[in-house]
Write a protein that binds this ligand. Structure first.
Ligand SMILES: [Zn+2]
Length: 137
């Protein structure tokens, strides 16, 4: 019988069209779980997010397959970027940059992801431009 984590992995791989990255996705999800965070998916928005209070990471599956992989690593990267100060709802751009840097450090151990660095860099810049419009990168 499939447990919750296996069902989640199957859902991400099937609905995100990511079968060729199954092993990598499994490893990242395992690492996030070991930090005490629960992962779920969403289809109502293309925005993936982390909630420190409920310790939940939501990954949007309504985007390009590679963007889903980058989101997963970005939210994983947040686990090492520190929690937001005072529960602020404002986006902290330095924290976002740090999460992307952490994401790259984590994903660079996988040659198959490293070979898509151009795609990653473009997505990273697009995301930062969206939520940190006034910040200079
Ligand atoms: Zn973020």
């Amino acid at each position: 019988m499939l447990d919750r984590k296996n069902r989640l992995i199957t859902e991400i791989i099937n609905n995100g069209k990511l079968s060729e990255y199954e092993e990598i996705i499994k490893e990242v999800i395992e690492n996030i779980s070991q930090q005490g965070f629960i992962i779920s998916t969403r289809y109502d928005s293309s925005q993936s997010a982390i909630d420190w209070i409920s310790k939940r990471i939501r990954i949007s599956l309504i985007k390009d397959p590679m963007s889903i992989v980058w989101d997963l690593f970005h939210e994983y990267g947040h686990l090492f970027s520190g929690e937001k100060c005072g529960g602020s709802k404002l986006i902290d751009c330095d924290r976002e940059v740090k999460a992307w840097d952490n994401a790259f450090t984590k994903l660079s151990k996988y040659p198959r992801l490293l070979s898509q660095k151009d795609n990653f860099d473009k997505y990273r810049v697009d995301c930062l431009k969206t939520y940190c419009a006034n910040h200079h990168f």
